[in-house]
Design a protein around this ligand. Structure first.
Ligand code: CMP
Length: 138
């Protein structure tokens, strides 16, 4: 069993996609092991996306990520890091496969509805950023 961090971003929450996104995970047998809704501070968003701090889109990204509530989840399942990324589709919705979350709902490379950890090391960091062990079931 593997774990990954999933975020429904402010645009996904505003578009009322919380249920739709979770349904897509659960339909694939992926389990929600922890979940909470919150609004990030600028500092929290900067810390989460620290690996991107030299990128030209960093300020815009952290502004967007603090612009409204998000839903953060720990997902659990076999090979869940890769499977979640497959369900999300490419970062740029224009390059995302048909039937993926981003292809179906994203309107912008930045406002791309969901985030998912890209590797075991990032998943460990990102899960620990939002949850302590007592908040994760299983
Ligand atoms: P995410 O998977 O959360 O990882 C970093 C985020 O930065 C990405 O989704 C987008 O929201 C945003 N992002 C990535 N690349 C770009 C880009 N070229 N322009 C603007 N935003 C980007």
């Amino acid at each position: 069993m593997e774990r990954t961090l999933s975020i429904i971003k402010p645009d996904g929450v505003k578009k009322n996609l919380i249920g739709e996104v979770i349904k897509r995970f659960q339909d694939q047998g992926i389990t929600v092991a922890a979940i909470k809704m919150m609004q990030l501070t600028q500092k929290q968003a900067e810390g989460f996306y620290a690996v991107h701090k030299e990128r030209p889109f960093f300020n815009s990204l952290t502004d967007f990520m603090t612009s409204g509530p998000i839903v953060v989840m720990v997902l659990e399942g076999e090979d869940v890091i890769a499977r979640n990324r497959k369900l999300m589709g490419a970062t740029n919705f224009k390059e995302a496969d048909e039937g993926t979350i981003r292809r179906d709902f994203a309107t912008d490379i930045e406002q791309n509805v969901v985030h998912g950890s890209d590797a075991p090391e990032t998943a460990a960091f990102e899960i620990g950023y939002f949850f302590n062990s007592m908040e994760i079931v299983g």
